[in-house]
Ligand binder design. Structure first.
Ligand code: UD1
Ligand code: MG
Length: 453
């Protein structure tokens, strides 16, 4: 069936008190992306035009997040939390102005696949103005139960608190995600009352209303894991675990080797190429691109970095935002890189801080080199030309540039620009006293024996 225009309503007005947090629940993160972001991402990738987010009063941070992630989003404030049907009606203006289908999702359910939402919406037709996403619950306590009818549809949803013992024994449960045809939707919602144990307007009562009008209601099943709702920090960690497992599986399916997949942590936006090998205990913060044939050795932390083809990182390296590693670059143990471009084949193999600058192709940055980029007030750049060699334990005091092919002698503090192919050496003269050590030892030995006798 050709799909009709879709309006998605994301319910996010709940306070989320069980998170015990000053941060609204839907701004907590899974894989580095807010729960709201996951909901918007799942719905956005349906090719849907319109999105409306329903927030509570005093949730300006949620408004900003929604607008930052999906600029065209309509934001509606539900002043009092009187139930899920009431929340949907807070977006009445969006519904009234829409023609097509309307999908309602919860902002605290981050693991739903876009395909699952699509197949739910596809269940709608002229006789079926409502479709509900259900799942078989391992433990159905607390969920609404889907009451099935003989025709393979559902006749009602019974909230746990309102259910009889027999109904509570049912395990096919409501995920909360529902799809409506716009034509019948506002009439149906208008008939929902508060005649239930909690005195709330239940969106789930739309099922009984639809049936009373002679319509069918379809139930679409999905895996329980997809509709895991986040109410506590514990469930947040469970969702993170599922997210990470799926992400690792995908990265491996796309041609990367994870030596110990369960120890690698990805961000929602990590891009990993083919024939990449990632050793154990690697953490990806947001914004990392890893191109083909890269090796990330054990125990690295990467964020906002671009690692180009054939480069090698770590073990124990830290790449911070703006680290741009060219092809074949090598960053070794205990090297931190921030906002520095390393051109093809450049190396910093041991114990260094490279901040704010550029290292030219094939340059070698020795052990213990520091780019002194910060004077306590401002940041400055360090330029290392192609083929330059920075001797160990050098401090390059920015702003400074080392010309192409130049040498910096070990232990130098470089405060002026070094021309191409020059040597910069900042070092007091070395003194050598022949035989001094032997004399010193003999003298100390005598002193010690005089003391102890
Ligand atoms: C809901 C469903 C239940 C389903 C369960 C799945 C109803 C009546 N029940 O119950 O059948 O099994 O989800 O997790 O829908 N919200 C608002 N404003 C409100 C109330 C809620 O925006 O006035 C938002 C919440 O922020 C949340 C979502 O709606 O994102 C669900 O609300 P919640 O109170 O968690 O519903 P449940 O009781 O879990
Ligand atoms: Mg809930």
């Amino acid at each position: 069936m050709a799909s009709r225009p879709l309006l998605t309503i994301v319910l996010a007005a709940g306070k989320g008190t069980r998170m015990k947090s000053a941060v609204p629940k839907v701004l907590h993160r899974v894989g580095g992306l807010s729960l709201l972001g996951h909901a918007l991402r799942a719905t956005g990738s349906l090719g849907a035009g319109a999105v409306a987010v329903v927030i509570g009063p005093d949730m300006e941070a949620v408004r900003s997040e929604a607008l930052a992630l999906a600029p065209g989003t309509g934001i509606f404030v539900q002043d009092q939390q009187l139930g899920t049907a009431h929340a949907v009606l807070a977006a009445r203006a969006a519904i009234a102005g829409h023609s097509g289908d309307v999908l309602v999702v919860f902002a605290d359910t981050p693991l739903i696949a876009p395909g699952t939402l699509r197949s739910l919406v596809d269940r709608l037709d002229a006789e079926t103005p409502l479709a509900v996403l259900g799942f078989e619950a391992a433990d159905p306590t607390g969920y609404g139960r889907l009451l099935c009818d003989a025709a393979g549809g559902i006749s009602a949803i019974r909230e746990h608190k309102d259910a009889t013992e027999a109904e509570r024994a049912l395990t096919f449960c409501c995920s909360g995600v529902m799809a409506f045809r716009r034509e019948e939707m506002l009439d149906m919602l208008g008939e929902i009352g508060t005649g239930n144990v909690q005195g709330e307007y239940y969106l789930t009562d739309a099922v009984a209303v639809a049936r009373s009008k002679g319509f069918r209601v379809a139930a679409q099943a999905c895996a329980e894991e997809e509709v895991l709702g986040i109410n506590s920090r514990n469930q947040l960690a469970m969702a993170e675990a599922v997210f990470q497992r799926r992400f690792r599986d995908r990265v491996m399916a796309e041609g990367a080797t994870l030596v110990a997949p369960e120890t690698v942590w990805f961000s929602h936006d990590t891009l990993v190429g083919r024939d990449v090998t990632i050793e154990p205990n690697v953490f990806f913060g947001p914004g990392v691109i890893v191109e083909d044939e890269v090796r990330i050795h054990a125990n690295c932390h990467l964020e906002g970095a671009h690692v180009r083809r054939g480069a090698a990182v770590g073990p124990f390296a830290r790449l911070r935002p703006g680290a741009d590693l060219g092809t074949g670059v090598r960053i070794g143990n205990f090297v931190e890189v921030k906002n520095v471009t390393l051109e093809a084949g450049a190396k910093a193999n041991h114990l260094a801080y490279l901040g704010d600058g550029r290292v030219g192709a094939g340059a070698n940055v020795g052990a213990g080199t520091i780019f002194c980029n910060y004077d306590g007030f401002l940041k400055h750049r360090t330029e290392v030309g192609p083929g330059a060699f920075i001797g160990s334990n050098s401090a390059l005091v920015a702003p400074v540039s080392i010309g192409p092919g130049a040498y910096v002698g070990s232990g130098s503090v470089v405060t002026r620009n070094v021309p191409a192919d020059a040597l910069a050496l900042e070092r007091s003269e070395l003194t050598i006293r022949e035989g001094w050590a032997a004399k010193f030892r003999a003298m100390m030995q005598r002193r010690k024996s005089m003391k102890s006798s």
